[in-house]
Design a protein around this ligand. Structure first.
Ligand SMILES: [Zn+2]
Length: 179
């Protein structure tokens, strides 16, 4: 069941410190739209996902970042999206416009992580994230958090975790370059 899947991924995100408090949101594509976590929901607790149609009005209760998720499903073939607030990725996004991992997993899975602009909840952010995710599996919204996408929630989670690890290594080694 989807509520269990969301909770399972949410617990992983919490365990690794990739989200805190009631931040972050996750979604999965389905026929005609997608299911997303509720606005203000704690990702490590069981909740009732909200259905958002790809076109048309958005029901009350959907996560405030539904615009980003909707735009990603409109513009790409991804089937799942994870949005988290990992500390090191956010810190790195203040220093660079393209984060280039130097650890082995990062170099393999996400060799270039774009940093995109846009106010949380805005159409600008939605467009910028969706454009970037059409080319790459994970991006960082500057000063805000990661958006990762894939065929499954597990894949989107994996990219989130890998990006955070890569940023941690870059910051600890002092080798993050402001490019
Ligand atoms: Zn956020």
């Amino acid at each position: 069941m989807l509520d269990q899947e969301f909770e399972r991924i949410g617990k992983r995100l919490f365990r690794e410190g990739l989200v805190g408090a009631n931040f972050g949101n996750v979604s999965v594509r389905c026929d005609g739209g997608f299911y997303i976590t509720r606005s203000g929901a704690y990702l490590d607790a069981r909740g009732v996902p909200v259905f958002v149609a790809e076109n048309g009005s958005v029901p009350e209760g959907a996560s405030s970042e539904y615009r980003v998720h909707r735009e990603v499903y409109r513009r790409t073939f991804h089937r799942a999206v994870v949005h988290a607030h990992p500390v090191h990725a956010v810190a790195a996004s203040l220093e660079a416009t393209m984060i280039v991992p130097l650890d082995s997993e990062g170099m393999t899975l996400c060799p270039a992580i774009p940093v995109v602009e846009g106010r949380p909840g805005s159409d600008d952010l939605a467009r910028n994230v969706a454009d970037a995710l059409a080319e790459t599996p994970v991006v960082v919204a500057r000063g805000h958090g990661t958006f990762a996408a894939g065929r499954t929630l597990d894949e989107a989670y994996l990219y989130t975790s890998t990006a955070e690890y890569a940023c941690r290594i870059l910051l600890l080694s002092g080798r993050l370059r402001g490019v």
